[in-house]
Design a protein around this ligand. Structure first.
Ligand code: MRU
Length: 359
C-alpha cells in the first residue's frame, strides 16, 4: 500500500547491501523512517520494542532474522540459539513461532553452503504468501461489505481495533484488506478507529495508513464504540488476531473482547480477519495462551508532538501510582460472527475451521 503516494511493503531484503529493510513503526505517524536490520539481534530488538509489530509482520521479521543469523555465522548451532531468542522476543502472536519452525524445517537438511540461499528464498516466500493470503482475505471480506451496502445504499461504517492494517502484515492488512478492496471498488466506507491505548496503534498507525489511502476514518477513544453501536452508527466490526484457536476463540489486542460484547448486545456483526498462519491448532483452552504483559510505562508515559513540532514524551499519571499493562485479551468464539480467512469465511468453531482447512 502507499505512503506519500509510493507503494511499499513493511519489510524487504536489500540484496545488494544484504540487510533487511523495515519501516520503523515507533516513529509513525510523525516521521517516516526506513531502517536497516543488520544482525539477528537487530531483528529481535525490532520485534521487542515494536519497530515492527502485528502478528504476520512479526512472523516475516523472524524469518528474515534467521537469514541475518546465517549471514553472521553460517552454523546450525548458532541458528538454533537465534531461533530460540527470536521465539522469546514476543509471546502471544503465534505467527512468530510458526515462521521460525517453518524456516527450521526447511533448513534442517540443507548443506551449509546452501543455507543462506535457501533461507532467503523461504523468508521471501513466507512474505509473498502473506501478501497473497491477505489479498484473498480482502476479496472474501469484500462480499460482506457489499451485502451491507446493497441493503443500505449508503456509507458503510466499520469499526476496527488496534492496527490490523497493512502495517501489521507485509501488505494489505487483515482487517483492513476488505476495507481497501471495498474502497477501490467505489463503495463508500467510513472507519471508526479505536485509539487503542496504551500504544495507540489505532490512532498512530490505522488512521495514518487509511489517510494515506484516502479512506475516510475517525479516531475514537476506546470506550466510544458501545454508544456508537447503540446509536446504530456501526454496521459491522472487523478486527485482526494474534492467535485464534481451533475452537474459534480469538486472542487479540486488549479491548477487543469488550467491543465484541458491545457488538453482541447490539446485534452488530463482529468479524475477525486472519491468515491461516495465525491459527494455533494445538492449544485447546484459551487460558493456556501466553498473554504478553508489557512495561507499565507504556501507559504512564505518552509521546506526541508539542507546539514547537518536537516529539516529546510526558508522564500523565501521578508519580506514585501503580499501573498495569496487559497487552491482549480473549474473545470467546460465541461472540464472533465469522472468521474471514484466505480460504473463505467460516463459523468461529472447530467445525467451521475444519470445513475450510480440512484439519
Ligand atoms: O501489540 P501489537 O501492535 O503487535 O498487536 C497487534 C494486534 O493486536 C493486531 O490486531 C494483530 O496482530 C493482527 S495483525 C493483522
Amino acid at each position: 500500500m502507499k505512503i506519500e503516494g509510493k507503494e511499499y511493503r513493511t519489510i524487504w531484503f536489500d540484496d545488494d547491501k544484504k540487510v533487511v529493510k523495515i519501516i520503523d513503526q515507533t516513529k509513525l505517524p510523525y516521521k517516516f523512517i526506513i531502517k536497516d536490520l543488520k544482525t539477528v539481534k537487530d531483528a529481535i530488538n525490532a520485534i521487542k520494542i515494536m519497530e515492527v509489530r502485528g502478528a504476520p509482520l512479526i512472523g516475516g521479521t523472524a524469518a528474515f532474522g534467521m537469514v541475518l543469523a546465517i549471514l553472521e555465522n553460517n552454523d546450525l548451532d548458532f541458528l538454533k540459539k537465534a531461533s530460540e531468542e527470536l521465539i522469546k522476543s514476543r509471546p502471544t502472536a503465534i505467527n512468530l513461532q510458526w515462521a521460525v519452525h517453518r524456516m527450521n524445517n526447511k533448513l534442517s537438511m540443507i548443506n551449509s553452503n546452501d543455507l543462506f540461499r535457501v533461507a532467503l528464498k523461504e523468508a521471501k516466500e513466507i512474505c509473498d504468501e502473506d501478501v497473497k493470503f491477505c489479498e484473498n482475505i480482502g476479496i472474501n471480506g469484500l462480499k460482506l461489505i457489499e451485502e451491507i451496502y446493497n441493503k443500505k445504499k449508503d456509507t458503510v461504517n466499520i469499526l476496527t481495533h488496534c492496527n490490523a492494517g497493512w502495517l501489521a502484515t507485509i501488505n494489505w492488512g487483515t482487517a483492513t484488506s476488505p476495507i481497501y478492496h471495498a474502497h477501490k471498488k467505489g463503495i463508500p466506507i467510513h472507519v471508526w478507529v479505536d485509539e487503542t491505548r496504551p500504544r495507540n496503534q489505532g490512532a498512530n498507525l490505522t488512521s495514518f495508513e487509511l489517510n494515506e489511502e484516502k479512506v475516510s476514518n475517525t479516531i475514537i477513544a476506546d470506550n466510544t464504540g458501545g454508544i456508537l453501536m447503540q446509536r446504530g452508527e456501526v454496521d459491522m466490526c472487523i478486527v485482526g488476531t494474534d492467535r485464534t484457536l481451533s475452537t474459534g476463540d480469538v486472542c487479540n489486542k486488549i479491548g477487543t473482547y469488550l467491543k465484541a460484547l458491545a457488538a453482541h448486545d447490539n446485534n452488530v456483526p463482529f468479524y475477525v480477519a486472519l491468515p491461516s498462519s495465525t491459527i494455533d491448532w494445538n492449544i485447546k483452552d484459551f487460558k493456556d495462551i501466553p498473554i504478553e504483559e508489557r512495561n507499565p510505562e507504556e501507559l504512564s508515559y505518552i509521546e506526541g508532538k508539542d507546539e514547537n513540532n518536537n516529539i516529546t514524551k510526558v508522564l500523565i499519571y501521578p508519580e506514585t501510582s501503580r499501573s498495569m499493562n496487559i497487552a491482549f485479551d480473549i474473545t470467546p468464539a460465541k461472540y464472533v460472527t465469522g472468521l474471514i480467512t484466505e480460504k473463505g469465511i467460516c463459523e468461529a468453531s472447530k467445525e467451521g475451521l475444519k470445513q475450510i482447512f480440512n484439519k
